[in-house]
Design a protein around this ligand. Structure first.
Ligand code: COA
Length: 435
């Protein structure tokens, strides 16, 4: 990121760049990150310095699906999204039923095993989670040694390190992968909380086996037991983030898994893909935006000004949903409740004012997405903004594990093609004759 640019500014500039280049290029060969001049030369098979190359053969026969938009990669039994109707199902269950009735532990079991657990299955799975929360001391040392990095980078590094200590790391049987997946789900919150404590000069708070997943995370993060509403809010947030089909991070997990890389390697790929502001980074940018706006009355003018400058508004728009993201409904209600509970309704009011100001964009299928109110909830829970992405990862890890397991179960190497549009058969010029 260029020095002095905020996360939100970087994304807004990406939006600007996309708009500018798209206006001059025709689909489907738009290349938003190359200048138009460079791209035109590539397509024409010309080269600045040599000018001798031939056009790529059969260019006309290739249909590009840039960004793999609209491409079905495989069949899945994990998650269904209907982006037109705003439907999201985990293993066939509506996100609304799960949000209202299930716990995160039940949802993890559902994603990993395919069915909701009965009481005994849930008790056994939950016990395995609670027993797996502690980290090897060597991994705590690694976290301490990289504590000044971004929390998501620390999570990625720690998960990579955990593979060296996992007794099943080389065992690729489904049973071993389930054990590893369960351990990783349990270890993610401990990593994030331990890092947060260390970077503030505090000792990590050991996990408590008598608390559920969400309450234990808040306990380890703050060193005090959360009230029931905060713990429930965290639990609901994790449920709503648990899975979302072939999003960029799950796709990265599946690509790595398709090489038969081990589970830790596949999960590290997912964490890496989550980092960007077009995926997990948006919630952090949303709260920056709310802070900059400052007052609900300023939201409309601020949004109009940003849009007039061709910038994107964070927390809006989605590759798949062309109507409201079904998760946003629950997060909006939760944010409202937390705002009232903590006597700080203003942040929520700014958010709703931004949402109102964005209504004209609904005509283009741009609605609020999951990250918009998530940022507001973390703000109310007193969580620093750079922890929002790792918290997304804590919620998403069961989905990633489910995707890796599904990929391993019926594997085919994921290896698409890139259509080459560069110069062909360039005469090699020895280095001392290149001028
Ligand atoms: N604010 C303003 N305009 C937006 C927008 C937003 N948040 N999101 C998309 N648009 C506009 C684009 O500028 C583009 O307009 P144009 O056709 O006039 O150039 C059009 O909508 C399509 O955008 P595009 O980037 O092609 O869609 P996509 O499916 O590739 O993008 C996102 C999906 C998520 C990357 C995009 O909506 C975005 O950048 N959102 C903001 C970041 C965010 O909230 N990410 C979290 C996603 S869960």
């Amino acid at each position: 990121m260029p020095p002095g640019w905020s996360l939100r500014e970087m994304v807004a500039r990406i939006g600007e760049k996309n708009r500018c280049d798209r206006s001059r290029l025709t689909a489907p060969s738009r290349r938003p990150f190359l200048s138009f001049a460079v791209h035109a030369k590539m397509l024409a098979g010309k080269n600045d310095r040599q000018g001798k190359e031939r056009r790529t053969p059969m260019a006309e026969q290739v249909v590009l699906h840039r960004g793999l938009k609209g491409v079905y990669l495989d069949a899945t039994r994990i998650c269904h999204i209907d982006g037109e109707k705003g439907i999201l199902l985990y293993r066939g269950y509506s996100i609304h039923d799960l949000a209202q009735n299930a716990t995160f532990e039940e949802v993890c079991y559902l994603l990993l095993y395919g069915d909701l657990p009965n009481r005994q299955q849930l008790a056994e799975f939950d016990a395995a989670l609670r027993a797996s929360r502690t980290l090897p001391s060597a991994v705590l040392d690694i976290i301490r040694s990289v504590k000044d990095a971004h929390p998501l980078d620390v999570l990625r590094t720690a998960v990579s390190a955990l593979s060296a200590f996992d007794p099943d790391v080389k065992d690729m049987t489904p049973e071993a992968n389930l054990r590893k997946g369960t351990r990783l789900i349990a270890q993610f919150p401990t990593i994030v909380a331990a890092h947060e404590r260390m970077r503030n000069g505090l000792e990590p708070v050991p996990p408590r086996e008598d608390l559920n997943h969400a309450a234990n995370f808040l306990w380890m993060l703050k060193g005090e037991e959360p009230d029931a509403d905060s713990a429930k809010a965290m639990d609901l947030d994790f449920i709503l983030h648990a899975e979302h089909s072939s999003n960029a991070s799950a796709f990265a997990v599946r690509v790595a898994a398709s090489t038969l890389a081990d589970l830790h390697a596949a999960i590290v790929a997912g964490i890496a893909a989550l980092k960007g502001p077009l995926h997990g980074g948006a919630a952090e940018a949303v709260i920056e935006m709310a802070e900059e706006i400052g007052e609900p009355e300023r939201a409309e003018a601020w949004v109009k000004e940003q849009l007039a400058q061709g910038k994107r508004i964070m927390g809006f728009g989605h590759r798949v949903y062309k109507t409201e993201d079904p998760r946003a409904r629950h997060l909006r209600e939760l944010a409202k409740r937390l705002g009232e509970k903590f006597g700080d309704p203003k942040t929520f009011q700014i958010m709703t004012a931004i949402e109102r100001a964005m209504q004209p964009l609904r005509a283009k299928g741009i609605y609020v997405n999951v990250d918009f109110y998530a940022g507001c909830i973390y703000h109310y829970l007193g969580i620093p903004a750079d922890l929002y992405i790792p918290i997304f990862a804590i919620g998403r890890i069961p989905g990633w594990v489910a995707h890796a397991l599904e990929q391993y179960a019926d594997n085919l190497l994921i290896r698409p093609l890139l259509h080459y549009v560069g110069p062909m058969e360039r005469p090699f010029v020895p280095i001392d004759r290149r001028g």
